[in-house]
Write a protein that binds this ligand. Structure first.
Ligand code: PMP
Ligand code: GLN
Length: 383
């Protein structure tokens, strides 16, 4: 079939999760938590279904949820938001990302991405006609390469995508890095699509700072959140975007023709969660820190070099000690699933630049303790 998308590979998450099922492997690959969010939210969603909240809700989202998102923005990041014109409810952050590119990009506009990055970004940007400009974060600890980033801006740059806390590395960008990016965006009049789905998943004395909260950035930043991450309900696919009304308006046009709206029962439950389940999302960091400390020392003892990061639920591991002659990260990850019974995500597919590193895999640790222990036991007997 002569269509561009036919040549795009199936996402690595699907590839590795299917292989994990096939080989009965402990799946520390795809990021989804074993511990689900508050029962009260499930109950509200169920009751809403039974109370006839089953017809098209408003296109931008139900007022209760848009109000809850606006309050959450002000409460957690000190960013005031007008709920009626500056909040869009989306089908997960994924739809928000797609709608932002489709709504904002004119063919030929350049978009800057920091490599490695989540796999939906660049393909969606290209579908909207963007020219992709990747800038590699510096290894081993994913530092912002300031000179390379400054050099990537051009008169055609429309937007930069920033993801902090960062998937796949777990890095939380610090205030100096955020200010550096913000200054470049102001200087070159560039928009920021700020993917903050892991905003509450930080630990080890780190603090998540939204780039939208910095001086001069509110008017040029779109901020994304997700109930999948904030409440550990990844199947619900409820997300939110906040941003200036004039920038949100064209994005809303893309949203109205892609999906029009989002299940109202789930919107009701998420509104309740943002307003009333602060203890849940504020405790996620501590529980993730404990889980990371179950996994990381055992990986290190085996010979994986890990990068100390304090956000999201991923630990990056250098597999150089284990790679066989000519073996790539993807081949290694498949071998580990099939032969050791432990699944990870190889990272080279998260790179847009040529010559990606092929010595990194990502372990996800938002899993039951028993699974983390079982994975380490299996790795210890395999290596
Ligand atoms: N952005 C990042 C960085 C992610 O890791 C994910 C993971 N699913 C998403 C966006 C998508 O979020 P959602 O499930 O709400 O669509
Ligand atoms: N965000 C999750 C991850 O990075 C899952 C993404 C997906 O399955 N599309 O693992």
């Amino acid at each position: 079939l002569n269509v561009t998308l036919a040549n795009i590979p199936t996402t690595i998450f699907t590839v590795m999760s299917s292989l994990a099922v096939e080989h009965n492997s402990v799946n520390l690959g795809q990021g989804f938590p074993d511990d689900e969010g508050p029962d009260a939210m499930k109950k509200i969603a169920g009751e809403a279904l039974m109370q006839f909240h089953n017809q098209y809700p408003p296109m931008m989202g139900i007022p209760e949820l848009r109000q809850a998102v606006a309050k959450h923005s002000e409460r957690e990041q000190g960013i005031p938001v007008d709920w009626a014109s500056e909040v869009l409810i989306t089908v997960g952050a994924t739809e928000g990302i797609a709608a932002a590119f489709l709504g904002l990009i004119n063919p030929g506009d350049e978009v800057i991405f920091l490599d490695p990055c989540y796999d939906s970004y660049a393909t969606m940007a290209k579908m909207a006609g963007a020219v992709v400009k990747p800038v590699k974060l510096s290894l081993p600890d994913f530092k912002l390469p300031r000179e390379e980033l400054a050099a990537a801006f051009s008169p055609s740059t429309k937007l930069i995508l920033l993801n902090s806390p960062h998937n796949p590395s777990g890095k939380v960008f610090d205030i100096e890095e955020l200010k550096f990016i913000a200054d470049l965006c102001i200087k070159h009049d560039v928009l920021v699509l700020s993917d903050e789905v892991y905003e509450h998943l930080v630990f080890g004395n780190q603090k998540h700072i939204s780039i939208r909260s910095l001086s001069g950035m509110k008017e040029r930043t779109l901020r994304l959140g997700s109930a999948g991450k904030t409440f550990s309900f990844t199947s619900w696919k409820v997300g939110w975007m906040t941003g200036p009304a004039v920038i949100l308006a064209p994005i809303t046009k893309a949203h109205q023709f892609m999906v029009f709206t989002v299940a109202s029962s789930l919107q009701r439950a998420v509104a309740h969660g943002l307003d009333n389940e602060k203890d849940f999302y504020r405790s996620l960091g501590l529980s993730l820190e404990r889980k990371r400390s179950l996994l990381e020392p055992r990986l290190q003892a085996l010979g994986f070099k890990t990068v100390p990061t304090y956000g999201a639920y991923f630990v990056m591991a250098d597999i150089s000690n284990f790679l066989r002659e000519g073996e790539t990260d993807e081949m290694f990850a498949k071998r580990l699933t099939i032969e050791a019974g432990v699944t990870t995500i190889p990272i080279s597919g998260f790179y847009l630049s040529p010559n990606p590193p092929k010595h990194l895999v990502r372990f996800c640790f938002c899993k039951e303790d028993a699974k983390l222990h079982a994975a380490c036991d299996r790795l210890e007997s395999y290596f």
